[in-house]
Write a protein that binds this ligand. Sequence first.
Ligand SMILES: C[S@@+](CC[C@H](N)C(=O)[O-])C[C@H]1O[C@@H](n2cnc3c(N)ncnc32)[C@H](O)[C@@H]1O
Length: 566
Amino acid sequence: MGIKLPEPFLEKMKRLLGTEYEEWLNTYNRRRLYGLRVNTLKIGVDGFLAVSPFEGLAPIPWCPEGFYYEEEDRPGKHPYYHAGLYYIQEPSAMVPGELLGVEPGDRVLDLCAAPGGKSTQLAAKLQGEGLLVANDNARERTKALAKNIELAGARNAVVLNEEPERLVPYFRGFFTKILVDAPCSGEGMFRKDESMIAAWEKHSVERCTIMQRDILLHAAELLAPGGLLLYSTCTFSPEENEAQIARLLAGRKDMEIVPVAQQYGWSPGRPDWAEEFPVLGGDQHQEDGQEPRLSAEPALAGTVRLWPHKLAGEGHYAALLQKRHADGMDELQTKTDQHTRRHEGNSIGAAVKPQKKDKSAQLPSGSSSGSLRRMDKRTDGRDKRREKNRPGRQGDESGWKGARGKQGAAAPEADVMSLWQEFAAALLPDAPQWSGSLRVYGRRLYLQPAGLPELTGLRIVREGWYLGEAGARRFEPSQALSMGLRMDEATRCLDLTDSTGEALRYLKGETLHIDKERIVVRSGRETAGSGSSYVLVGINGYPLGWGKWGDGILKNELSPGWRWMG
Ligand SMILES: C[S@@+](CC[C@H](N)C(=O)[O-])C[C@H]1O[C@@H](n2cnc3c(N)ncnc32)[C@H](O)[C@@H]1O
């Protein structure tokens, strides 16, 4: 075995696994597995398989959009990656996003979201309906998070950089689905990423359990009655898994485990381990200051463990929880039954039929955006500090601008709007029908998803879909705008079909010679005022970014942060 695993870790695994220990240990001699997940915001699975250049794709049983690929395929180097047609994700890491059961129309929170693998999966489940709030408390990591969400083409996502506690006054009882993909000791990832071993030796399991407990307690506050919360880790230690859930349930009588059907080689959670390996440390959230006694709650067998010696993926844990409706258990039972049914049988995806829903009916009374604002003022008088944190404080210059962007100087809101309207009339005639509200920050324009409470005071990385910014005389469209479009939404576009030649040169930032006949102008859609030379550039029908065309030359408008790194 090439990997040197820490002795205390191996001792504990021996204790946990008993007779299965050797089989588990042998997995460290197996070759690493690679996975990609097709982004159904852009392309269907069949459509992707029809155009995929990768030879060795094999389905991942628990995720209808997921495929194992061969290392030599290097999908991260293909232009389709830059078009956001798929996300590269470890196969077991696709499970939490499947189990949460997100449907179009949900109000979804991904509380520990960076770098965004699961956020992009949740955004695809929403299919543009409802909203996604993707949050991470590590500022640097939110840059990758925002980029991945933009690359995926999510139009209805907001990215925040907050501590869970700070979200509570804004979003109490708001979300219908919450994912807590918790920071953890990462024991399940040692095979995939050896640097996790050093991190494990540095950050103790105990330290992680304290963070997880705190995050979970606030997540429970943010969940709407009847809503579902999926807790996941990529570690084996029971203190971070079964015991963490037992701990939450001991303190929150309104939460209950929704059993997950055991299939695909998944194993049941271990109730006995919650007793044997309790979460350590004092609990400031207990009213009487006492540690709740954890018992071997039998329902914990309805949580799920992914063991690498029992399936083709790394080690993970997942627990699905539901918050009861105040008026009793009836609806909980119905939901639980529905969810269990959905996850029985061979294909999760086949049973999850997208349907339009009005989730506003599930809002608890008093959580309309208006009352949230009032509650915020009552419970937290730090308005001045909030002002300092207004959007725009998160910016940087590497193609990752904060909500306000590099030219902090504000343009009159009306100017930004009129430049946008001129641009959209020329290039994106359907824009007036897009759902959401336009928001101006400085010179920058966002389309914020409908249904959000007021966010003033929170550290905002992306206020919504970033459309672009007002230049001196015209609107400059963003990369995020191009990634959220379909080619047929733009009146002028250029399709590059040669994935190894022109498309790569475009992605490297080169200027291209393009004959006029290749610029597709959608007949009857171009309107007056279409003097702008912007063209939406794509690969085989999927946008890659913007260019400006004139006299046979395509000027490359791809910003440096989005270019192909050879
Ligand atoms: C396992 S990673 C999340 C991976 C991510 N869900 C994905 O699929 O790409 C855990 C994340 O939790 C974040 N984190 C740690 N403590 C946090 C806290 N108190 N609140 C929010 N996020 C936190 C870390 O910065 C890290 O990005």
